[in-house]
Design a protein around this ligand. Structure first.
Ligand SMILES: Nc1ncnc2c1ncn2[C@@H]1O[C@H](COP(=O)(O)OP(=O)(O)OP(=O)(O)O)[C@@H](O)[C@H]1O
Length: 505
């Protein structure tokens, strides 16, 4: 099976429903799980092949979304991989869910059994032939040779995705609402906020919330079928199903879940086929009271290349925004990270990191990782001076070069206007407001002079740009609203959304 490019995880099939989630993370322990997998496998490969190759000859383990099939030798591993890949893939999907993966490995127990029975058979044969002391020596030698040639490989440690937990999510003013909504929705899936739509800029904790939600549901409701994947993975599965003419199977998989969690739904912008399929999936799941949860880099209304029908579905539940973390929150996250990484660090250094890495928690975590590496190398406690020196390069990398062209594109896309309009002399509000915002952002985020900006946005003079800058400041001060995609937004919200898109671009 081709592992999906993005980390995804599915759940167990109906046969294993009712069993605690944790059982899924270890070896298959209950008979019914194992039997269910073997039964499906027999259906896939046919009874004859099943008896020849699987019955009593392979072992099974389930680790998260991974089905591990143990075999007795490297030779068998290669052979079975070649011969039964698609059948085992289908079995894994049927048992674990659409995001299932599988892997073969040499099972040391089976390998030992095979070697000793082979050794015994050889010994018996040689004993019968020579009936003397030599036969035993031969069999020992043969056994040793085989052992050397087929040395069972140790199972590789599982490196699958580890899902974040809600308990490690630190809350503050900027993410409180999204956190509370996620918590509450996980208490009663399908009953409260449906769909729950979480949006916000890059690296602000949306995936963390979704993963925490997933984990909590799995702990509290182990019998529910929960699927968590990215929009890109959903699209990949859909394209594959289209190519292989297996749409009914695809629909059966996604429309029979109790909880569907899709990360980065903005990926579907301009992808009409995917949008259509998702819309029908949502309609079906909602009509059956199933819980849906999505994340996106923007508010549904600002996903201007999404169909109106889909947008209204997103809006019909609860939409929560995760904002850039305030200083206090960044400080707490930095402190938690230092504890996790066992990095001794002064309060001053923590404050320095929290102050410098302000846009994005992921970058802040990256900074803490750098400091930890430095501590491991030098065995010294991290002080403010040291943090400043170590992070100098990282800080430089965090400064993104934003061009006026980027601003032009993102403003046009967000407001749904053409480039020609933005640069035109039209003064209607729906064009002049985005133009002024674009000039304001160009002043704020680029090094360009007033005259250059004026020139770029339609050959205007420097005083026009100064006026635009002043005007936007006024809107911010007065908390004026701006109309985008049929809805009024605070100026602050729009500027933040535009900046986030620019920083992520
Ligand atoms: N409030 C928080 N408390 C603890 N950790 C956090 C918090 N917010 C973000 N993080 C951590 O920051 C990192 C980035 O978060 P995450 O991947 O969830 O961001 P995201 O909003 O999904 O970003 P993207 O839009 O790029 O997918 C993760 O390691 C996450 O655990």
């Amino acid at each position: 099976m081709q592992p999906t490019s993005l980390a995804v995880e599915g759940t167990l099939c109906a046969e294993s429903a009712g069993r605690p989630t944790e059982a899924k993370l270890g070896p298959v322990t209950t008979e019914s799980d194992e039997q269910a997998v073997f039964r499906l496998l027999a259906q896939q490969v046919g009874q004859r092949s099943y008896q020849n190759w699987f019955a009593g000859k392979v072992s099974l383990k389930l680790e998260a979304n991974l089905l591990i099939m143990g075999v007795a030798s490297p030779f068998l591993l290669t052979w079975m991989q070649k011969k039964f890949s698609s059948e085992i893939n289908a079995t894994a999907i049927a048992c674990i869910g659409p995001a299932a993966e599988y892997r073969f490995e040499v099972d040391p127990v089976l390998a030992r059994q095979e070697l000793s029975s082979k050794g015994q058979a050889d010994a018996a044969r040689v004993t019968a032939e020579t009936a003397d002391r030599k036969s035993l020596t031969n069999s020992d030698q043969k056994s040793e040779r085989i052992d050397g040639g087929h040395k069972p490989t140790q199972p590789a440690p599982y490196k699958g995705r580890r899902f974040a937990d809600l308990s490690t999510f630190i809350t503050g003013k900027s993410n409180q609402l999204a956190y509370m909504a996620t918590q509450q929705a996980s208490e009663q899936p399908g009953a409260l906020y449906n769909p729950l739509f979480i949006h916000g800029g890059v690296g602000l904790g949306k995936t963390h919330l979704l993963e925490g939600f997933y984990r909590k549901i799995r702990q509290q409701y182990p019998s529910l079928q929960v699927v968590f994947l990215t929009a890109e993975s959903f699209g990949n599965y859909f394209s594959k199903a289209l190519q292989e003419r297996s749409l009914p199977g695809f629909r059966q998989r996604f429309r029979n879940v109790d909880v569907l969690i899709i990360d980065d739904i903005d990926f579907f912008e301009s992808k009409h086929n995917f949008q259509e399929e998702l819309l029908h999936t949502i309609k079906h799941l909602e009509s059956h009271g199933r819980q849906l949860i999505f994340s996106s880099d923007r508010h549904p209304r600002l996903l201007t290349k999404m169909s109106e029908e889909l947008t209204t579905r997103f809006l019909s539940g609860l939409v929560c925004r995760v904002e850039s973390p305030e200083t206090e929150l960044r400080l707490q996250i930095a402190r938690q990270r230092a504890l996790q990484l066992k990095t001794p660090i002064t309060d001053g250094a923590l404050e320095y990191v929290a102050r410098r890495f302000s846009h994005n928690v992921r970058e802040l975590e990256g900074a803490m990782n750098c400091l930890q590496t430095w501590h491991v190398m030098t065995k010294q406690k991290i002080t403010t001076t040291m943090a400043r020196q170590v992070l100098a390069d990282l800080e430089r990398d965090c400064i993104r070069i934003i061009k006026m062209d980027d601003i032009k594109q993102i403003v046009c896309t967000t407001f749904g206007i053409s480039e020609a309009d933005l640069k035109s002399s039209r003064r209607s509000r729906n064009v002049s407001q985005p133009r002024m915002l674009a000039m304001f952002l160009a002043r704020k985020l680029t090094q360009a002079a007033y005259s250059e900006i004026g020139d770029f946005f339609g050959g205007r003079n420097h005083s026009t740009v100064m006026f635009a800058e002043k005007k936007v400041r006024q809107w911010l001060k007065n908390q004026d609203s701006i109309r985008v995609a049929l809805q009024d937004w605070s100026t602050e919200e729009i500027i933040e959304s535009l900046e986030q898109q620019l920083l992520a671009s």
